[in-house]
Design a protein around this ligand. Sequence first.
Ligand SMILES: CC(C)(COP(=O)(O)OP(=O)(O)OC[C@H]1O[C@@H](n2cnc3c(N)ncnc32)[C@H](O)[C@@H]1OP(=O)(O)O)[C@@H](O)C(=O)NCCC(=O)NCCS
Length: 348
Amino acid sequence: MSNTVAAPSGYAIERIDPAAASTEVEAQVVALMQAIEREESPDDPPPPYEAMAAQFRMSSPFREMHWSGAFHAGRVVGGAMMMIDKTGANTNVRQVYLQVLPEHRRRGIARALLASVLAEIGDESGVVIHTWTTTRMPAGIACAERFGGEPALRMRTNQLDVASVDRGLMEEWARRDPPGYRLEWIDDDVPDRLMDNVITAIQTMNTSPREGLQVEDFVVTPEIVRDRERQRRERGSDHWMLLAVDEATGQTAAFTEINIDRRTPTVLWQGGTATIPEHRGKKLGKWVKGRMMLRILDELPAVRSVRTNNAGSNAPMLAINEQMGYRFAYDNFVYQMTLEKARERVRR
Ligand SMILES: CC(C)(COP(=O)(O)OP(=O)(O)OC[C@H]1O[C@@H](n2cnc3c(N)ncnc32)[C@H](O)[C@@H]1OP(=O)(O)O)[C@@H](O)C(=O)NCCC(=O)NCCS
């Protein structure tokens, strides 16, 4: 196996161990991540330094992270992040993300970073690489396609202008109170008595469309939920989940969740929303979304926009969001590439 692509003159590709990295390297990696975020979302408040530093340093027994930096004059000007799922599912997938500061682009740095990632992966058979980018980053799309990636899943980012929300309609949805169901709010950590309900809720996201993406169902266990809570605390953000519970069985029938970073109070990201298949068609989705929206309006008055990613093929979810007032903002793509193709393309 040979993926030795020399770094362009004046640059060096080196592995970075986040646990051992100096505060200077941390600051340079965060500056790189922030520059890419600014490019992707120029109108948004900059993501907080502490949240990004925590993301860089974060370790988890359920995820292996590899970081490499492209160094120029001793400073990080580009990076590759590779993530391997350690929950037991999708062990053949390598999620890879490349980023290069705008002033160092078109010199072959992404190519050299990808070559070093491929060398690290080695000859394992059946490995596929997933990477993602958006129509807001044309260079990202060009790069993923240049190295043999195919767009396997299209996700739309839809955005809701909160000032345009029809409160009366949300109140109507929130008042549905379908007989036989009750609501449970979970702010931040999951109480033990609702752990099974939360696992059912999260696992239902496995039913959302994957289009051409070669992945199997992801795994969620109580330990994984607790580990995600720890990570959320370390990033400094809050989380609200609303469950619709079937009174007859005590099990989850539908849910919705949001992630809140109070340091950037104008923008909110919607997490998952799903109705468990046997409870579909009873408007439970609108019930939980209506309740959540009223709570956002009442308790998070600084929020100006709410964002959500939906598979372009997820008609029921898109229909609810459309009625709430969500409008298309931009497309995201998960690109899939085989190891063989990436190797062939990286050599030119
Ligand atoms: C995508 C990105 C990492 C490319 O970095 P880079 O160092 O400029 O890339 P390279 O110089 O190694 O170019 C690799 C190939 O990508 C393609 N490419 C990169 N930028 C391009 C652009 N602006 N227009 C057209 N093609 C482009 C080219 O085919 C190029 O190969 P070539 O020079 O042989 O034609 C950089 O633009 C970036 O950080 N973008 C934002 C983050 C992102 O979208 N990442 C995508 C995840 S992979």
